[in-house]
Design a protein around this ligand. Sequence first.
Ligand code: FUC
Length: 785
Amino acid sequence: MSVSRRATLKAGAGLALASALPVRANGDAADHPNRLWYDRPASEWVQALPLGNGRLGAMVFGGIASERIQLNEDTFHAGSPYDGTNPKAGAGMRQARELLLAGKFKEAQDRANETVVANPARQMSYQPIGDLMLIFPGIEGAHDYRRELDLDGAIATTRFKVRQVTHLREVIASAPDRVVAVRLSTDAPSGSVSVTVGLSTPQDGEIAVEGDDMIVMRGIGPAQHGVPGGIRFETRVKVLREGGRQITGRDGIRIEGATQVVLLVATATSYRRFDDIGGDPSSIVRADIAAASAKGWPALLAAHQADHRKLFRRVELDLGRTPSADLPTDQRIARSGELDDPALVALYYQFSRYLLIASSRPGTQPANLQGIWNERTDPPWESKWTLNINAEMNYWLADPAGLGELVEPLLRLVKDLAITGQRTARNDWGARGWVTYHNTDLWRQATVNSSAFYGMWPMGGAWLLNTLWDHWDYSRDRAFLAELYPLMASSCQFYLDALVPHPRTGEWVMAPSNSPENSHRPGISIAAGPAMDSQLLRDLFAHTIEAGELLARDAQLRAEIAAKLAKLPPDRIGKAGQLQEWFEDWDMDAPEIDHRHVSHLYALYPGEQITLRDTPDLARAAQRSLQIRGDDATGWGIGWRINLWARLEQRERAYKVLKMLLGPSRTYPNMFDAHPPFQIDGNLGGAMGIGQMLMQSYGGGIHLLPALPRYWPSGRLRGMRARGNIGVDLAWSAGQLSEAVLNAGSSGKVRVHRGDAVLDLNLRAGERVRIVPDAAGLKAQRLGR
Ligand code: FUC
């Protein structure tokens, strides 16, 4: 077995991907609305098609004479268990606070920079495992090429003809069977599959052939920023061949003249928890390969698709169809500025649901900045979890899109942070409970990281918990609430201890803090009591009181919380009529008036403290702020803005911003969101925006078609979810509601809105209620259970 820093077991020379083929019109996309398809192989990573089982990720390039399948495993990160706590942070935080409250902003930020930032300041990055490489000898003159990702079948296929023979390559990432599986076949009667199979890795690793049908790759994750590497991984590729012959060399496994070849790829790491990397990846992948080999392709495929479809098929969406739907997906994206392509919007929505299913399953890591797909050893922002918008945005879609159980990894992340964050709360603030700042990594660092400018934001826990609260609110799953509540109570203890009275008004504020990543003076973000802090705390405190009452827990704590809740600063309207971002009216003088973050609009969305009907003045101010900020932003920034315009029921504006997201500057050919670079939050948050144009659920109400643009005159959706455990089906035509059907999973009251018409309903668990427009507004018809 050879050992090398960048181990490569070459499947042969000339791995360059096949050059582009002539464009070929292919009209059968109409039959398969939930497909991405292309008429040429991927030449770049952001053209390759993603597969995932929550833990294993695979990017399929669809090459002709060679194929690259890039592999990830979601626990494979740089570093090893470490504690970045800075012992100087306690005293430093107190000094920074004093300077800040005395109006000495620069001095406060400098002091924080010198004392509270973790050691190391940067966190550990997500790492690629490597590539599965296939070389197909003798393939020349391919024609009738098509590759596609079938979102419903969760399968990537590459198909082309050489002379009269059709070659078919299929790839899946199976959750039930824990493997990536590849099938290579043709429609020729006798064996015409010839391929050389190899692996490569950019990691410190070794690769060898074992027996005559297995390639084994082992490696260890890199050290970073002074933290030693420690996670070990093992990948095994097993070759199952029908017909032909097999030659095993040092260079990989060569197969000649087979009728069909199936490759099973298993990967595992030694990671068990943020403080334990003592797992045995070898025994895990051996067991995975043995079980999958015994099953064989047909049974693997059937189990995989049944498992995926159980989730994927919960929601259907039809926004209508125009001729552009016949074009390859990359051409639709390229032209989406000039064309209105409603089916592309529906595809984007379903692709985002697909991405969440593929990157976040119970037991896995939460979807990180790139979900689970990363080819780089130095990924942007470490491809980890950014808590001042991105990680939360990844989960906005889950419940409304019928995928509520996929938030489980986020709950486990918070459970971990409640442990590491307790150390930080004590060290940095002398407080009870737990805190976390604007980023965390696999090792669950809860410390101030990168710099005080970005990192001095103690609100990560509050936002995470408010996101998880939504899962309770949608599902009404009491067992989930019982798991969540202690984390909320402990987080409240932190804030109760850390809040201080503002010297001017006596209102309770966090200091130091910031309004994520925005500066109020050149180079200065540090601030006391920015609007978002109070908004997040109003939600966290109110939810914790509600949960404590429901579970009959901690009456004393509830009283303490209620007292501080009453004295949080209210949202204020500033001199430009805007919703004030900071405690003081600094907005119009801030250096980046068009900043990508719109943190103070949390109260409008994802929060529901500001609504058009209950707080019209604040809603107007929020709209003013949104106008001042402008529509252009990073992918996720645009995704957030779509949701905000939808909440303001500005249908055509929401549509205009959505088109910005779908265009080629914010969507890559494979439909990954472009921050740029690729970040999955824009996909998931953008899809939530699409959903909210059709149906919104907040404040005890369900809003039907609140921001339906004129470009989607007719359509239907099935299976979206509203708060209170309610399923929502909708149909509309000529821009008018035809009918809605509510499926009540729990009993409770709900107010249904369609424009100005309202209908109050008392739903009983299990019943279905049909709602249709009538002369007086809306009319309900009980369909029984
Ligand atoms: C936040 C954003 C950046 C980027 C990063 C991962 O810091 O402000 O735009 O998305 O997270």
